[in-house]
Design a protein around this ligand. Structure first.
Ligand SMILES: *[C@@H]1O[C@H](CO)[C@@H](O)[C@H](O)[C@H]1NC(C)=O
Ligand SMILES: *[C@@H]1O[C@H](CO)[C@@H](O)[C@H](O)[C@H]1NC(C)=O
Ligand SMILES: *[C@@H]1O[C@H](CO)[C@@H](O)[C@H](O)[C@H]1NC(C)=O
Ligand SMILES: *[C@@H]1O[C@H](CO)[C@@H](O)[C@H](O)[C@H]1NC(C)=O
Ligand SMILES: *[C@@H]1O[C@H](CO)[C@@H](O)[C@H](O)[C@H]1NC(C)=O
Ligand SMILES: *[C@@H]1O[C@H](CO)[C@@H](O)[C@H](O)[C@H]1NC(C)=O
Ligand SMILES: *[C@@H]1O[C@H](CO)[C@@H](O)[C@H](O)[C@H]1NC(C)=O
Ligand SMILES: *[C@@H]1O[C@H](CO)[C@@H](O)[C@H](O)[C@H]1NC(C)=O
Ligand SMILES: *[C@@H]1O[C@H](CO)[C@@H](O)[C@H](O)[C@H]1NC(C)=O
Ligand SMILES: *[C@@H]1O[C@H](CO)[C@@H](O)[C@H](O)[C@H]1NC(C)=O
Ligand SMILES: *[C@@H]1O[C@H](CO)[C@@H](O)[C@H](O)[C@H]1NC(C)=O
Length: 395
């Protein structure tokens, strides 16, 4: 196992510990250390080794011990007939860092996908951290990223708004095509955490600008604005999303189900009313747009004193339903971007949330406690017209 792979496991293992909320107060320091560690890739400390709980190459289980005469290569362990042959509906391309298949980088596989293919191309990505910037152009619809688990496979890069000429281009992965699917993989931006207020420090993990994208069991790791849910209808299920300021932002129309949001915002002194982050910054700019973010059966925890959302654009629309909120949520809950003219046009709703952060008695006046009828529009995949496209994605 090379040091790069090892350090990824360590990184993810520690994020897993964060998620357990047992050591929540130690997040920023540990993360800073791990992030620097990941980027330097030059040495590693024995301190972190004890966090390794993963079996790195899941497919190695198939190793045949009786074949003692044959030299064993790390590439011998895949099941026979893998990858599956091309069919008239699906082409599978395999990516492996060790060179067991045709591609050692994700981008090389994308480059090999035929333009404007009607077929689905499954890009199967073996365990490991793929340290590269990945762009899926508009001409490559119907791509699936199949990882080996969000704690085993990840794509990471370290652009910032400054290095990429704007926040919108800082994403480690940028999806411009339609019908994108990702399963069991993580997207990371590992740029070093900067002090708040530093110009150009925004660092996005993924930008999703194509319609009809879906994510199952994925991780989104960043230090601030992690997930650029830019435009189109998107579905997120069983995902883990970490960030601090506006960590889910954009003008998408998206349903987040059973997802865990972890704030890494700076802790705030007890009694202080200052705010150190926000979960969402939805960018709906006019009443004509039907975009919005809906969170159903999710959880929000972590550090800082944060808002559920702030009104990046005047018609910002976000709903949290059946979601557990810890006491890091400020009593007012939301923010109109300090522009009271937006209070008439923003739509911020809460419905049957639980936890210390769900107490609505101190909420800003424009925040709505939704009734059953109002909430029903946001609670199921029909919010994103899922019956038209999402059903076929499960196969
Ligand atoms: C796939 O191709 C086979 C022949 O190669 C054909 O019999 C089958 O009907 C095709 N299926 C679809 C869905 O087009
Ligand atoms: C992958 O490699 C095999 C043989 O090594 C070759 O037949 C096949 O065309 C390659 N596929 C792609 C998409 O390059
Ligand atoms: C797709 O189109 C681009 C630009 O039109 C071209 O450069 C590229 O080679 C094409 N890729 C494939 C796999 O055909
Ligand atoms: C591939 O993409 C095209 C255009 O977006 C779409 O019409 C087609 O149904 C897609 N095919 C699959 C298998 O999803
Ligand atoms: C990203 O990492 C590389 C190599 O570790 C480094 O040279 C580069 O400056 C970093 N970029 C940013 C924007 O921090
Ligand atoms: C960066 O963005 C500016 C303004 O949007 C543009 O004029 C410039 O050409 C861009 N530079 C690069 C390298 O993309
Ligand atoms: C994703 O991972 C989970 C657990 O790690 C597993 O149960 C599931 O089958 C995987 N799904 C896909 C599509 O890879
Ligand atoms: C809510 O989310 C939890 C954890 O993600 C999951 O175990 C449970 O089944 C979900 N409940 C519903 C009603 O979807
Ligand atoms: C949700 O809360 C509303 C009141 O806001 C209540 O009438 C309704 O019974 C609750 N629904 C569920 C499923 O808990
Ligand atoms: C909600 O907050 C108000 C004011 O801070 C407090 O009086 C009330 O007891 C709280 N309600 C619950 C259920 O904790
Ligand atoms: C729910 O709220 C809407 C908007 O305030 C209102 O028009 C509707 O009558 C309410 N429905 C119920 C069942 O209370």
């Amino acid at each position: 196992m090379n040091p790069k792979s090892l350090c990824f496991i360590v990184l993810v293992a520690i994020f897993g510990v964060f998620a357990s909320r047992v050591v929540i107060n130690t997040i920023p320091q540990v993360l800073r250390y791990i992030v620097d560690f990941t980027i330097s890739l030059s040495s590693w400390s024995p301190i972190v080794v004890k966090f390794i709980p993963f079996n790195f190459d899941s497919l190695r289980r198939h190793r045949k011990h009786h074949d003692k005469d044959k030299p064993v290569s790390i590439c011998d362990d895949f099941p026979p007939n893998f990858p599956p042959p091309e069919t008239n509906t699906t082409l599978t391309l395999c990516v492996d860092r060790n060179g067991c298949f045709n591609f050692t980088t994700v981008q090389a596989a994308i480059d090999a996908v035929p333009n404007l293919s009607i077929k689905r191309t499954v890009i199967w990505i073996n365990s490991g951290i793929y340290y590269e910037k990945v762009i899926i152009p508009k001409t490559k619809p119907n791509i699936t990223f199949q990882g080996q688990g969000y704690t085993s496979t990840a794509i990471a890069w370290n652009d910032t708004a400054l290095s990429a000429n704007g926040t919108f281009y800082s994403g480690s992965v940028q999806v411009f095509s339609t019908n994108f699917i990702a399963k069991n993989i993580s997207f990371m931006n590992v740029a070093p955490i900067r002090r708040p207020g530093v110009v150009g420090a925004q660092a996005v993990a993924i930008r999703i600008s194509g319609d009809q994208a879906a994510f199952w069991g994925c991780g989104f790791f960043g230090a601030q604005d992690t997930l650029h849910d830019d435009r189109g209808r998107h579905y997120f299920k069983d995902c883990y999303i970490q960030g601090s300021i506006d960590f889910i932002f954009g003008n998408g129309k998206s349903l987040y189900e059973d997802c865990q949001m972890l704030s890494m915002a700076n802790p705030v002194a007890p009694g202080s009313k200052s705010i150190s982050g926000a979960v969402t910054a939805h960018g709906r700019s006019s009443a004509d747009e039907n975009s919005g973010f809906a969170f159903v059966n999710c959880s929000v925890g972590g550090t800082g004193r944060i808002w559920l959302g702030r009104a990046w654009r005047p018609f910002s629309r976000v709903v949290f339903a059946f979601t557990s909120l810890t006491d890091i949520i400020a009593p007012e809950g939301w923010n109109d971007f300090n522009d009271p003219t937006r209070d008439q046009s923003i739509f911020y709703g809460e419905y049957n949330c639980t936890g210390a952060g769900a107490n609505m008695s101190g909420r800003a006046p424009y925040v709505q406690r939704l009734n059953d009828t109002q909430a029903s529009l946001f609670l199921t995949t029909s919010f994103i017209d899922g019956d038209q496209w999402l059903l076929s994605y499960h196969t």
